[in-house]
Design a protein around this ligand. Sequence first.
Ligand SMILES: *[C@@H]1O[C@H](CO)[C@@H](O)[C@H](O)[C@H]1NC(C)=O
Ligand SMILES: *[C@@H]1O[C@H](CO)[C@@H](O)[C@H](O)[C@H]1NC(C)=O
Ligand SMILES: *[C@@H]1O[C@H](CO)[C@@H](O)[C@H](O)[C@H]1NC(C)=O
Ligand SMILES: *[C@@H]1O[C@H](CO)[C@@H](O)[C@H](O)[C@H]1NC(C)=O
Ligand SMILES: *[C@@H]1O[C@H](CO)[C@@H](O)[C@H](O)[C@H]1NC(C)=O
Ligand SMILES: *[C@@H]1O[C@H](CO)[C@@H](O)[C@H](O)[C@H]1NC(C)=O
Ligand SMILES: *[C@@H]1O[C@H](CO)[C@@H](O)[C@H](O)[C@H]1NC(C)=O
Ligand SMILES: *[C@@H]1O[C@H](CO)[C@@H](O)[C@H](O)[C@H]1NC(C)=O
Length: 236
Amino acid sequence: MQFSTIFLSLALATSALAKGGKGNSTTKAVTDKSLCKEMKSLNKLVELASNETRLADKTNNNATKIASIQAKASEASVTLATMEANTTLTMTCSVMAAAEQTKDDCEDITDMTKLIALAANETALAAKSNGNTTKEDNIKAKAVKAQTKLDALTSNTTLMSACTEIAATKAAKKAAKNNGTSTENSQAATDSTATGASASASSSSKSSATRTVFTLRENFGFVSTIALVIAGMLVL
Ligand SMILES: *[C@@H]1O[C@H](CO)[C@@H](O)[C@H](O)[C@H]1NC(C)=O
Ligand SMILES: *[C@@H]1O[C@H](CO)[C@@H](O)[C@H](O)[C@H]1NC(C)=O
Ligand SMILES: *[C@@H]1O[C@H](CO)[C@@H](O)[C@H](O)[C@H]1NC(C)=O
Ligand SMILES: *[C@@H]1O[C@H](CO)[C@@H](O)[C@H](O)[C@H]1NC(C)=O
Ligand SMILES: *[C@@H]1O[C@H](CO)[C@@H](O)[C@H](O)[C@H]1NC(C)=O
Ligand SMILES: *[C@@H]1O[C@H](CO)[C@@H](O)[C@H](O)[C@H]1NC(C)=O
Ligand SMILES: *[C@@H]1O[C@H](CO)[C@@H](O)[C@H](O)[C@H]1NC(C)=O
Ligand SMILES: *[C@@H]1O[C@H](CO)[C@@H](O)[C@H](O)[C@H]1NC(C)=O
């Protein structure tokens, strides 16, 4: 039952993409990053369509709009199933998402540390708030909240060393750029560790992307064909 459902979904996806009206214009660089992004937005659409509350909210309860979103989501779920069948891709996406999360956490740590320092410095606080005590109190209240989150983040030693590496990589890159030539130092820093490297994966994938140029339709076709063969074998 389940296999035939997958089989049907894939068959539909293949034919839908084969017809693909606007498919011709998709001859552009397809990167892992762009595919992950597409999966994320397809997922969002499917999620939205399955939430009556959000649907009604978003459409002002317009039945036409709701039906249109649901129709799009129905197509999206088929495409999504095809893409998710590629475990290499889904794994790459989770690695990228984790690296992105790490980078965001490191930025949060920097921002929250600054905010807390500001709140603790009466001189700086007064200057920032133009002596408005309401503003000062708002900043202080935010800082108290931030402290809890900051403590949670900084207690993670894995995260802390990843942040140190990311900062080092950034500094090395900046230094190399200022020097005109890329130095061995900066290369070493770039390659340093898995975490640091994957955190910068998003930027490096851009350059590899320019090399790997293929059409979206070809890629889907390939995925579907392989998946169809596998699904076919499973049915037997
Ligand atoms: C598809 O693209 C090719 C080459 O870019 C072009 O010759 C052809 O007319 C396009 N077909 C459609 C239906 O747009
Ligand atoms: C639907 O959306 C509402 C509002 O955004 C949210 O509170 C609720 O948890 C969602 N329900 C489900 C089942 O995801
Ligand atoms: C509902 O949305 C459709 C499509 O956007 C629009 O044409 C129609 O006027 C809307 N109906 C109402 C009652 O607002
Ligand atoms: C407080 O802020 C002022 C002005 O920004 C700065 O000059 C001073 O060094 C800060 N004091 C401390 C203890 O950080
Ligand atoms: C102080 O800041 C608050 C919040 O931003 C604002 O509503 C209020 O008008 C300000 N008071 C003065 C005296 O500027
Ligand atoms: C600690 O940080 C790492 C790197 O960001 C993350 O993968 C891990 O899940 C975090 N651990 C906890 C307990 O949050
Ligand atoms: C920049 O270049 C100078 C001389 O070429 C070198 O001595 C220095 O170490 C370089 N700095 C960095 C950060 O690579
Ligand atoms: C699966 O995704 C990876 C990464 O995007 C890609 O290199 C590979 O060709 C895909 N596999 C298939 C069978 O399409």
